[in-house]
Design a protein around this ligand. Structure first.
Ligand SMILES: [Zn+2]
Length: 249
């Protein structure tokens, strides 16, 4: 079992050094993780890290880390551009996301291997990733795509609740509060965010499919795509994930 470790080179970009607490795994796996919101990709990522020792490189984590700015350091150049766009209420452009990953290219050549999560999200990003990997003499072993029926994803995501007062998260099935509709921590009212309403989820899934389908097709043509049915419980899904990765050896 490998632990997550502090991936500072990924989170902070050039100049940061990772805390290498794990032993170097026997093989460095180079994987891309794909799958819509609500499919359980995050849980599978944790399990892959624990089993194969690869670094979990999530672009979401990069943004969250920068937003917290715990050590008061100046953001990397691409992150400075991204933060300025977010401050203006704009989406971070494809190009800036690519530059954020390019700044962290050394992570894609690291002896621990990598598990890219949240990137590439578009076909342009997929092309850019190939270019970045070429630049550091690395290449992908596989793109692992998790899928599940839309109805199941909507059921999972629409069960989320959040406390109106303290923002603690709950789930009606997986993490219920002790008193229905009331926060365990502060007694506040639990609400469903607009984003978690079925119609909004459906829209998000459609937007995801529109940009991601070309990425799937791209990796399918290259023979790199591995598809995992992710409807079952996380351990059963991971049994499939593990076997798909082991078969790449
Ligand atoms: Zn609360």
């Amino acid at each position: 079992m490998y632990s997550l470790g502090k991936r500072l080179a990924w989170l902070e970009g050039p100049g940061a050094t990772c805390e290498k607490t794990n032993p170097v795994p026997p093989r460095a796996w180079h994987l891309v993780l794909l799958g819509p919101p609500g499919v359980g990709k995050g849980t599978q990522a944790e399990k892959i890290v624990a089993e194969f020792g690869a670094c979990h490189l999530s672009t979401g984590d990069v943004f969250r880390h920068a937003a917290r700015n715990l050590n008061g350091k100046a953001p990397s150049p691409a992150m400075a551009i991204a933060l300025a766009a977010m401050k203006r209420g704009e989406l971070v452009s494809d190009n800036t996301v690519v530059e954020l990953v390019r700044e962290r290219a050394s992570c894609l050549a690291c002896q621990y291997g990598f598990l890219l999560d949240g990137f590439p999200r578009t076909i342009d990003q997929a092309h850019a990733l190939d270019d970045i990997l070429r630049g550091v003499g690395s290449k992908l072993d596989a793109a692992v795509n998790f899928f599940a029926p839309e109805a199941l994803i909507i059921e999972r995501l629409s069960g989320r609740r959040v406390c109106k007062q303290c923002r603690t998260g709950y789930h009606v099935a997986n993490k219920p509060s002790r008193v229905p509709g009331r926060c365990d921590a502060c007694g506040g009212e639990l609400i469903q965010r607009d984003d978690d309403k079925p119609e909004a989820i459906r829209t998000r899934l459609q937007a995801y499919a529109a940009t991601c389908n070309p990425v799937l097709e791209y990796y399918r043509k290259k023979g790199l795509l591995r598809e995992i049915e992710a409807s079952g419980d996380p351990d059963a899904v991971f049994a499939q994930t593990r076997s798909a990765i082991q078969k790449l050896a």
